[in-house]
Design a binder for this molecule. Sequence first.
Ligand code: UDP
Length: 459
Amino acid sequence: MSDSTSNTHLLVYPFPGSSGHIIPLIDLTHLLLRRGLTVTVIISSDDLPLLEPLLNSYPSSLHKLLLSDPQISPSTHPLIGKVISTQKQFEPIVQWFKSHPSPPVAIISDFFLGWTSELASLLGIRHVVFSPSGVLGYSILHTLWRNIVEINAKNGDKDENYLLSYPEIPSSPTFPWHQVPQMARDYKKGNNDFEDFRKWLLANMTSWGVIYNTYDELEGVYIDYMKKQMGHDRIWAVGPLLPYIDGPIASTTRGGSSVMAPDKLFMWLDKKHDDSVVYICFGSQVTLSEKQMSALTCALELSDVNFILCVKASGSSSIPSGFEDRVAGRGFIIKGWAPQLAVLRHRAVGSFVTHCGWNSTLEGVAAGVMMLTWPSFADQFADAKLLVDQLGVGKRVCEGGPESVPDPAELARLLDESLCADIPERVRVKKLSQAATKAVKHGTSAQDMDMFVKLISEI
Ligand code: UDP
């Protein structure tokens, strides 16, 4: 720890109530603490358990600013309403800042909290955006909201996907972003919350800097693109953000405690050969429809693979009766929160059926497993595109909302094939996995992190 970093105090503001947004920002906080900075994290009492392990490890340099969750108006779009409601924290944060003996020199906030750019300028501190999405996903989101008025004017009420030919993004990715038409129509209805959401999302582009949870070998072309878009170099790619000690560790408690005793699962995995198990999980938000679950379980029965299937305890779809008995010995079912990171990093796991949330995408690639993509909303399509078409480390198994159902026989074939030793996707993903380890140990991500800490400590 140098003298300059030990005096540097940062404010970190994750987007509340969403594991996929909070987990990586807590891991970033850990890296800042390891470099000797002092950090205050703005957190709600519901999300506090995610921060507690780190609070216990850094009692003198990590602090929490507990804010109560503001009421969300029931009339607005759920996500937009939640984003807008966070603005009610503006005044309480100003008051906290003014009464602090050594207030922070900068705020690092989730990209949904773009209003904090105005807060930062009022307080006279730097504003840094944290993107829980990859750079490709982020630039598509940004392009959409920057051009939404024009997109609407061109396309009227047509339901087709107007963005297909739109974004001026390198490699011009095409993707069916199913939410877009609905959002565009809601925006047209003149809802003020949508206009605020748009304004604050775009304000992120004028921030002092942006931190991405990605790395050069994965998204170098998009990182360069964003530097051009923003007109400066204060774009830092510091990922993959994972729990570290002196390298990534296979944490069993990342994002929550496992619903079952990890020992039982790992004893089962230990008995399997290398790369002989498919891990299937759809993140913290997505639940399969009844039809999708039925096709998936049917495919698993038709296939020969060993598998771990993770299903939400509160999900609308259920495992068909008798399924567990029919796959006994080769199938392990987890009903609730799985220790995903540790599972992916186990030598027996060879492929991953994923909804392509950005954290799962990075965790799978960093663990070197073949990716079987099944995106259903938001940036998940962009992530699947990156994995399959641009990096060549995965294959598509399905995509789209609850009505998109894979053919069980074809899915069974893809599951079997995904465990073959010599498929090119596996060879490529192992290389990207090695590149990830190198990037965070002493490569580009470690250098970007050092550069960020140096610049922010000089203020
Ligand atoms: N996760 C987990 N166990 C589960 C489900 C999810 O550990 O049963 C973790 C996963 O490892 C990842 C995060 O929760 O770190 C999910 O983030 P992601 O961006 O993949 O998807 P989201 O949940 O935001 O859709």
